[in-house]
Design a protein. Structure first.
Length: 129
C-alpha cells in the first residue's frame, strides 16, 4: 500500500512540531479564536459540543466529532476529517502539536494538504513568537 493510504481512513496526512510552550498554553492558543483562524479558517468559533456545526468564511462546513479539553479536537471539514492534538514535549515548557487530516481524495490531495499543514504550523509558530 502506498505511503499515506490506509485501509480505514483512505488517504491521510499528518504533521507535527514541538513548540516552546507548555501543553496548557499551546492548547489555549490553538482553541482560541486567533488559533482556530490559523488552522480551521477565519470566521469560525470552535464548537465544543459533539455534533455542533460550523462554517468558515470560505464556505467550508463541518461538525464537531469530539472535543477533549487539553488534548484533542476532531471534526469534519467538508468531506474530510481533521484532528488537532496537543501532547507533552520533552520538558514542561515544550509541547507537541499534531495536525492530521484523513479521507483525502488521493495522493495529489495528500501532498497539497501536507504543504498546507506545514504552512499552518509555520504560522502558528510565528504567532506564538
Amino acid at each position: 500500500m502506498p505511503t499515506g493510504l490506509t485501509q480505514d481512513a483512505g488517504w491521510e496526512i499528518g504533521v507535527s512540531r514541538t513548540l516552546p510552550r507548555p501543553v496548557e498554553a499551546l492548547w489555549e492558543f490553538v482553541t482560541s479564536d486567533e488559533g482556530v483562524a490559523l488552522w480551521l479558517g477565519p470566521g469560525v468559533r470552535l464548537p465544543t459540543e459533539k455534533g455542533a456545526g460550523y462554517r468558515t468564511d470560505d464556505g467550508v462546513e463541518g461538525e464537531l466529532r469530539s472535543y477533549r479539553p487539553g488534548d484533542r479536537v476532531r471534526l469534519t471539514h467538508g468531506p474530510t476529517t481533521v484532528q488537532v492534538a496537543v501532547s507533552p514535549g520533552s520538558s514542561d515548557d515544550r509541547a507537541v502539536l499534531r495536525l492530521h487530516q484523513e479521507h483525502l481524495g488521493g495522493a495529489g490531495e495528500r501532498e497539497e494538504r501536507r504543504a498546507h499543514w506545514r504552512n499552518v504550523m509555520d504560522r502558528i509558530e510565528a504567532a506564538l513568537g
